[in-house]
Design a protein around this ligand. Structure first.
Ligand code: PLP
Length: 385
């Protein structure tokens, strides 16, 4: 049953990506989990991923009976450093997660070739990259499958939710069977609560209020009063029993509304990315080095400062939307890294980025004036590294 409810949004996504099979789920991480299960790699084998991500990525890997292997990022692209990859022993590696961080395309500079030569499966983490391209080809269409997040602050929001794009028909059939067997349908109370959250989010969240509302939302989630991104069980490393869910009806409706303006969304993000890219040097901050990156519809534009805590605290107080991703190699800061096999010092560049990077919003609620004011705030308070 779960798959028929989600058909409209899946069909639209398949059109957007010009092929592949799409599945709509409760979260992006659930897509990663069912995709890994369907690939059926040897139990306990390794999945390479950047040590600069969300904790829900290694948790999905572990739930699938596999082990994360963290690689450091290149400090300019925020993606897996291809140099380090060439030095990595591929023994026991079954898959690599190519995460297009901030929307900056990964998979250039030999990562695809490295994986193909060693029969390592490629999974794309497209949670930040909706509409990013390499050549004319969409990110999400290069690997065996790609997962996307529909969370509030992701490029294509379904008010939580997640999507899976599968570029291999046999794998897609297996994924369909897993979802049909395991996905829990949404109950009426869950639908109603999600619908309320979607409406409140649309009405209340603006660049001015984003910081304060995020704080309140996290607090309410801890108390169990809202449907949040991660439950308390999950953050401690245990798999919640209702982990695999299909997308709820209200999320499908929200997804269709978002898809109706996807071209506008992508054009807007491209415009603001170019705007920040052009203006940051005027106020003394370094831009992305990669020219390809500056042409993408980035989810957020990363900027390095030497006083991140001060910038973030004052931004929230004064009502500027300045993001903190990522605060930890396995975001959020509260993650107990050792529970996920990460030891401090494993990925020094990623750890440095966590201390230095703040990011600027590009979404549709940010107009050029707001972006201008955010830059003025950054010029006043931020200290370039
Ligand atoms: C948000 C995010 C995820 C997880 O998405 P959910 O929909 O919350 O499961 C995974 N990877 C990255 C890079 C993300 O930013």
């Amino acid at each position: 049953m779960s798959t028929t409810i989600t058909t409209p949004v899946c069909q639209r996504l398949e059109t957007f990506f010009d092929g592949g099979r799409c599945f709509a789920l409760s979260k992006g991480r659930v897509g990663l989990y069912v995709g890994l299960l369907a690939m059926n790699p040897p139990a306990g084998s390794k999945v390479i991923m950047p040590g600069y991500s969300c904790v829900v990525v290694p948790s999905a890997i572990k739930y699938a009976g596999l082990n994360p292997l963290y690689l450091d990022i290149n400090p300019h692209t925020y993606n897996i450093d291809p140099e380090l990859l060439t030095q990595t022993d591929s023994k026991d590696v079954s898959a690599i997660i190519a995460q297009h961080t901030y929307g900056i395309p990964c998979l250039t500079n030999g990562i695809m070739e490295w994986a193909r030569e060693r029969s390592v499966s490629i999974v794309e983490d497209c949670c930040h990259a909706f509409g990013s391209t390499i050549g004319r080809k969409q990110c999400g269409t290069f690997g065996h499958f790609a997962f996307m997040s529909g969370q509030w602050n992701k490029p294509f929001s379904t008010g939580l939710g997640g999507m899976l794009l599968v570029n291999d028909t046999r794998l897609a059939d297996k994924i369909r069977r897993i979802i049909d067997n395991r996905a829990i349908p949404s109950s009426l109370p869950r639908e109603l609560l999600l619908q309320c959250q979607i409406l409140l989010f649309e009405a209340l969240v603006s660049p001015r209020t984003a910081g304060k509302i995020t704080k309140l939302y996290r607090f309410l989630n801890k108390c169990g009063l809202v449907i949040g991104s991660s439950s308390n069980t999950e953050l401690s490393g245990a798999m919640p029993k209702d982990y695999v869910r299909a997308m709820a009806r209200c999320q499908v409706r929200k997804g269709l509304r978002e898809l109706a303006r996807v071209a506008e969304n992508i054009a807007h993000r491209k415009k603001l990315t170019a705007f920040y890219h052009q203006r940051l040097p005027d106020i003394g901050f370094a831009t992305l080095k990669d020219n390809l990156a500056a042409e993408q519809p980035l989810l957020r534009y990363p900027v390095r400062v030497s006083n991140k805590v001060e910038v973030v605290t004052l931004a929230e107080k004064r009502g500027f939307e300045v993001g903190t991703w990522f605060e930890s190699p396995l975001h959020p800061r509260e993650t107990s890294l050792s529970d996920f096999g990460y030891t401090v010092g494993m990925c020094p560049e990623a750890e440095k980025a966590c201390r230095e990077v703040v990011n600027l919003p590009t979404h549709l609620k940010v107009d050029e004036q707001t972006a201008e004011r955010t830059l003025a705030f950054l010029a006043e308070i931020g200290r370039p590294v």
